[in-house]
Ligand binder design. Sequence first.
Ligand code: AMP
Length: 458
Amino acid sequence: MASGKPNPARKPEGTEDLYGASMRAWVRMREVAGRVFGAWGYDPVETPAMEQLDVFVHGLGQATDVVRKEMFRAITSTNLATVIAEGGEGTLKASRRLALRPEGTAGFVRAAIEHTFVPQGASCVKSWYAGPMFRGERVQKGRLRQFHQIGAECLGSDDPALDAELIIMLMDFYRALGLPEGALRLRLNSMGDSACRPAYRELVRGFLLEHKGELCEECVARADTNPLRAFDCKNEGCQRVMSAAPASADHLCGDCAEHYAKVKARLDEAGIAYEEDPTLVRGLDYYTRTVFEVEALTGMGSQAAIGGGGRYDGLVELEGGKPTPGLGFAVGFERILIALEALGVELGGEEPPCVYVASAGHEPELENAVFRACLALRREGVRTERDYQNRSLKSQFKQADKAHAALCVVVGSDELAAGEATLRDMATHEQTPVALDALAREVARRFAALTAPGERGE
Ligand code: AMP
């Protein structure tokens, strides 16, 4: 019979536990997003991490890699064996076939339709989100199966000013995180719309068939399923062939060409540097007109894209809503961290400072005083630490240093009898008495002054 302890479980391949510095970085990135996007009128939203499978099949496209190969699927409250015995997943009602979201836009659009975010005649709705995404990819540096994205979406207008503003906001966001424009490459293209894209698709299809002999098997198959995806093939031979393929920007209809020109003019006006890249076609079917991608120039290995997005004027209709133009982007948290690390920027920063309440002994009246001082300080909003292991005073000071204490309140019997405690500045070791009845307010004031941005300790 098997005996002993079970082996401790490991996290699933391609997932990461966020804690300590990486968790602080994730919190910080969301704070920066809230601040930067808020200035552009974008409000936070949160949609479920899973949706009905059809939301992604309709939105992203049946033939996309994400839908064909990379989705984590689930069924609700049914024994899997029963489902298989009864004919498989296809026999289930749509509402019971679920998938973990591989990206955030399709779910957002589903929510926008369900709750009428953009009633007829209303102005645009601008939203941003942050959360985990799931793709069953081959794992490598910068490519995970559960990763985190921050995204922004805008529904309700096809004004090219919105495309430019969204891109400018994205570049502002990177800068606020510590990634200056010079460390990034912004690639830009226009993929046309339902008026000019079908003809362009046919053109690329013809081109693929003409060059069949020089392309990988998958690209040959793409001629019939999703010809534009051949631009994304990692195979060098295919890339060489595709560099001579017809460029979408040369085959835009009048309206799309004008739209694209206006986006570029606005970016120029804002001083945003970009490279036009006719081979940039993003991997999902829903994009129309403007598409863009941002790469970090150093430290990334083969996964250099740290964000991307574009316009999706047909998506709301694809998901069953009234025709509503829209656009958005998503950035990858883990890849931005890699890019920041290459520049020596530590987004998470140090553990936050605190006040440590130490006790010179373990008599009940001292324990009571420590408990009360901590209570009062915490209720003043001061991050406060104390000992729970009956440590000596010396060892408590060591703990205080470890906990990044800026100040230490020392409670001793004599001071207590005089209605006081001693306040110790952990950097200068300077000690001053402080009255117990004014302790929380006084310590909170000193702590705020010591830890204010730009002061010692920042
Ligand atoms: P996409 O929706 O594929 O354009 O992804 C937007 C951003 O999410 C990319 O630019 C990456 O930064 C990030 N990303 C996409 N897939 C992954 C992945 N498998 N692992 C980590 N980050 C990813």
